[in-house]
Design a protein around this ligand. Sequence first.
Ligand code: NAD
Length: 705
Amino acid sequence: MTFTVGYAVHGSIAVLTLDHPPVNGLGHSLRVGIAAALDRALANPAIRALVLTGGERIFSAGADVREFGTANSSRDPILPSVIRAIEMSSKPVVAAIAGTCLGGGLELALGCHFRVAGSEATLGLPEVKLGLLPGAGGTQRLPRLVGLERALDMILSGAPQAARSFEGTPLIDALIDGELMPGALAFAEKVIAQAMPISRVRDRVVDAPAAEPFLQFARNTVRAASKNMPAPQKCVEALAASVGKPFDEALKLEREFFFQLMNTPESRGLRHAFAAERASTKVAGVPDGTAARPIRQVAVIGAGTMGTGIAITLANAGIAVSLLETGQEALQRGIDSIRRTYESALKKGRLTPDALEQRMNLIAPTLSYDALVDADLAIEAVSESLEVKRVVFEQLDRVLRPGAILASNTSALNLDTIASFTSRPQDVVGLHFFSPAHVMRLLEVVRGAATSAEVLATVMQLARRIGKVAVVAGVCDGFIGNRILARYVSAANDLLLQGASPQQVDRALEEFGLAMGPFRVGDLAGLDISWAVRKRRAAENPGVDFSIAADRLCEAGRFGQKNGAGWYRYEPGRRDPIADPAVDALLAEYRRDKGVTPRAVGKAEIVERCLFAMANEGARILDEGIAQRASDIDVVYLNGYGFPRHRGGPMHYAEEVGLSEVVRALRRIAAEPGADARAWTPAPLLDRLAAEGRGLKDHLEGARK
Ligand code: NAD
């Protein structure tokens, strides 16, 4: 498909309009289009000035992400060439900026000789969030317009800033209230009438008094804050070049840095995470344009930990909620807890008193199912018991009108069984929120055997509206996240049997980048909860051994932070973990009972075993069709389990290591004496892909064809 750049003439002004929906991504066809339109305007003697715009809605959100990794991304003309052509134009070029102007979009505007912006426009260089730096002159031109310090702040934070905040700087020549184009044309006419000289940003000098000490301070701060992330440090060095080197030389250096960063695993991980989150919104069997049902009223059943968090999430998005409980006392407890959460936000200045009352008013407590008749969706968050859920779903089926959606927040129960409690399994879906539900971004959408495409389209749209990252999962014990978690925790427990201490394992994984090691997480979540899950699984799978070292702690009454003793011990009222010799003694006894002589376990081995266990289970999940694509598994881990974004997720990490190496390591571990061969044997999918030299992404593409 060819995307065009609109060309229109208004008197002696040519208007070039970027037209590459949805965000004017600067893909190859658009770059060709800009260059061609520029040449056309330059060749016409009647044209005396140009306006470059994206129209009234958006200027450009930067590079075309759909082009990433394809030959087109580096096909001539590349963005720096297009910008140079504009900058060197003999006729003045005015950028007319509405809405979003980010990354390459802003760099393009910086190549123009004048910039006018709508009063609502926002400008930013977010490349650092993808482990990159602006590679089309942004690090050189921006400081020439806003000064070294502000440019550094914008480039390091990646955060967009309001066009209005640049008033008085040469970044914005005029702010335009109301419709953009008439104002932009009037500005261009003024440029012609007053014969305003062409002002090329490259010819300016960076305003940077005391640049050297400032840069030194920036280097030190960034090194400390960004740890092993290379991009922020390169950003500082590129900005240093804007004061220390001639423009063209510095531009060359910026480009070199850009390519160096492109090839870092950190940037690959961040770019993967970005693309993965976009891909996860597409659901197989739910074509674009599938009609979503309107959601105005939601019923939440159960006002415990999850129900209250879900109610807060919905009210925050302006959605009316009926919150149902079995008794007045539990209902009041839930409402009090919601108010406390809002009051704490108020104290932190994140909420105004008015907004607090508005949100509380959106949540209507009730004890009667009859109050739910107007609900478009009900989300059940009652105790994790099929019998309790049966009662709730039968009631919901009775009172909700046809077409209303019935959702369960179950962590592990079979959604198809739950759907069978109703007369409308096609309208039943899992909405697995994570705790605390109003904070965690992840939402696992569980698709039952009968869940309709329309219901899926509706809940995916709702997820976006309430600020969640949704991933679709099929029905299995633990869905995507908790099923992989069980393998990961079991691999971490194995390491204790081998001779590692909980502290060693936690430290190694935290150094890898996880927000918290598995044993600290276990203490936080409560060891008794996963103990109960293992007991249930053992009962459901006779002959399979689910026991792990953690059982010994639970048998000794150590449940984690909640009772001051788990893998660590805790002082009353404190949450910092303290190593506990009693745990060492329990582990020593456990090893003796298992006949294992402890050995030294290194950091690399800890990371390898825990991460490969995750990837192996992930591959099984993928092969079974529980996850639609490998990158969905990554999205789950990045948004629900504190996986470091720059590592891209467990499946991406396995690909970075190399699938054949992962398979070899899994085989080696599976063959060790005493190893759980069932768990460690490479998933057939991994084996296949590694043998064929293909990647996890190929599997998806193969499956789609
Ligand atoms: P909870 O014990 O904190 O809350 C459950 C609430 O449901 C209680 O207030 C109880 O009074 C109420 N309830 C029980 N029977 C009811 C009925 N028939 N009608 C209306 N209300 C009823 O439990 P929770 O942690 O909020 O978990 C709720 C569900 O969410 C469970 O299915 C759980 O597996 C799932 N879940 C929990 C977490 C978590 O981290 N806590 C995370 C994801 C999913």
